[in-house]
Design a protein around this ligand. Structure first.
Ligand SMILES: [Zn+2]
Length: 273
């Protein structure tokens, strides 16, 4: 696929060919290398500390970003050094539990306070994998049970008796502060990640008018939508009102600040067109 549109930014996979300055993207094909046993020194920037972790689940090299068990569970760490020369007491070591795929490809354009793509393969699961680590294998397994999801008309959801005015205002604050980090709509299925005290995921169905089966992963259980759900509805309606999204049913939207922070840390192949 080729892009000629102005004010579009593109990210190409390293395997793509760039032809005469025009960006060409292809689906990312991940050829993951074989995992091997090693001790990895992993730095956590916020705490400015580097610790050794045991790994036997991933192919690791310096520069990789990983999630671990233990005190720094939930923080994305940066692999500084890897060694296969070791003799350790395994019970004394915490482990590497995930190596999320951070590559971003596709073309993005700014729409309001979001960066929108119609061709990226950065779907909700991939976004979730960088925001929310897998469960610590040493913890008890989760058992998720869902009741009934919320159902509202998007155009006038504020009028619904399920929408509490205070939660609506707090949802609006989340939107203003750029906390709806990601929202995607793919074949009538929507997903969003919202930053609060931690990052929560909301999921829903959308048929062009009605949002149904709306759930949020936060612990709020009252007889009204939570602030994250109202933030998602506000964001979805704002986006669908924009001319760039007219007649579009599938898209991915990133919060602009989050997007540029992410790109500045992660991407090596960027083209402005
Ligand atoms: Zn919530």
């Amino acid at each position: 696929m080729r892009y000629y549109k102005k004010s579009v930014i593109g990210f190409r996979d390293e395997s793509d060919e760039e032809i005469g300055g025009v960006l060409s993207t292809a689906p990312v094909t991940v050829q993951e290398k074989e995992p091997f046993c090693c001790i990895a020194k992993i730095r956590f920037k916020e705490a400015n500390i580097a610790l050794d972790y045991y790994n036997d689940a991933f192919y690791l090299e310096p520069g990789d970003k990983v999630f671990v068990t233990g005190k720094y569970y939930g923080k994305l760490g940066f692999v500084e050094r890897v060694t296969t020369h070791f003799r350790i007491d395994k019970t004394k070591y915490k482990k590497v539990i995930a190596k999320p795929d951070l590559r971003i490809t596709g073309s993005f354009q700014r729409v309001n306070d979001k960066m929108i793509s119609f061709d990226t393969n950065f779907d909700a699961d991939r976004f979730g994998a960088i925001m929310i680590p897998p469960r610590d294998p040493d913890d008890d397994p989760e058992e998720i049970l869902c009741g009934e999801g919320w159902r509202v008309e998007l155009d006038c959801f504020e009028d619904s008796e399920s929408v509490d005015p205070e939660k609506l205002h707090r949802g609006l604050d989340l939107c203003r502060q750029g906390n709806v980090l990601y929202l995607s709509l793919q074949q009538g299925r929507g997903a969003a990640y919202i930053r609060g005290s931690r990052v929560y995921k909301a999921e829903f169905d959308f048929d062009g008018e009605t949002v149904s089966n709306l759930f949020c992963s936060c612990p709020f259980n009252d007889d009204c939508l939570c602030k994250h759900e109202t933030a998602v509805l506000i964001t979805l309606r704002m986006l669908l009102d924009q001319p760039e999204l007219e007649d579009r049913t599938d898209f991915v939207a990133f919060d602009t600040d989050f997007f540029w922070n992410y790109v500045s840390c992660e991407s090596k192949a960027v083209a402005l067109q």
